[in-house]
Design a protein around this ligand. Sequence first.
Ligand code: UDP
Length: 352
Amino acid sequence: MKIVTILGARPQFIKASVVSSAFQRAGINEIIIHTGQHFDSLMSDIFFQDLNLPQPQYHLNIHSLNHSAMTGRMMEKIEELLDDKPDWMCVYGDTNSTLAGALVAAKLHIPIAHIEAGLRSFNRQMPEEVNRVVTDHLAQLLFAPTNLAVQCLENEGISQGVHLVGDVMMDAILQYQAKAKQTSDILARHQLSRNEFYLATVHRPSNTDDRVRLSYILDSFTKLDHPVVFPIHPRTQAQIDKMELSHYLAADSIVAIPPVSYLDMLALESACRCIITDSGGIQKEAYIFGRPCFTLRNETEWKETVDIGWNQLVQPENLSESIANFTRPSECPKLYGNGDAATQITQILLNL
Ligand code: UDP
């Protein structure tokens, strides 16, 4: 069986590292195309070095463009590489690379397998939401991480080809947490003690593209009762520089650092008091590590973490108060499967 996989962004490298290993073990011939959406060493190369992810056969080097130009150029280049049609096109999540891969495959009549299907924030202002909806409606195989995702697909009339397999990010944590514990020195490097710091990430345009909003967020970090470790996404750093907000990062309580490796991230997530984020993947990781999560958004596609009480949607103005008033829920049931999503995905593809 031949599968072409489209990757482009940080969370996709992490997800693919477990799925590509399962494909390799099953003898599947996988061709990886890296669109280049995330391109620098800390957003891309480091994941290929640290994780069990084969080097891409093709690198398209397409980045730093507006949505239409980026998606269009990716489509053009991906189509040029598909002369010899694969059995499946595999795409992950909700980025422009996901959408470009899905659209090309649909036009060339190549069946699409969408990993992390059925997620919905119901906010079509989010570019990711548009990418998810379109990809799900084009896919023949939809690997849903949760019951809620299956339900969302059903509500849109999609039930054929849907498989509830759990979340490949759960697989990744189980696969890499021991290695993170053994090899990451990030806690020592920044003199961080367990439960004595907050971990924060911010990169969604809704938080980074408005100066007032971004300054409220940075200001809210300076008001917390413990230091905030803040690995800064390149687009957030660029906005902080452009909007002249870097004085917030100079506060003693802010540990502003460049993006970290996945292994360092796992070490930080497992040791922090709680997580403040607008990331999709990190909301789940917080839950899996039993860390309270405060999500700087109005809605989330990982709603089950909110329903169960481990995740709160907050505004920066209320962050400190929300953290102070948080009560740990007594239950933390398995929401994201048993860590065998990649194996299930591989078996389903092979048995079709
Ligand atoms: N991550 C990482 N280093 C960082 C920040 C995030 O390895 O400095 C990992 C994180 O643990 C998670 C994934 O990247 O697995 C989430 O990616 P991101 O927040 O960029 O995207 P989203 O999940 O919001 O699409």
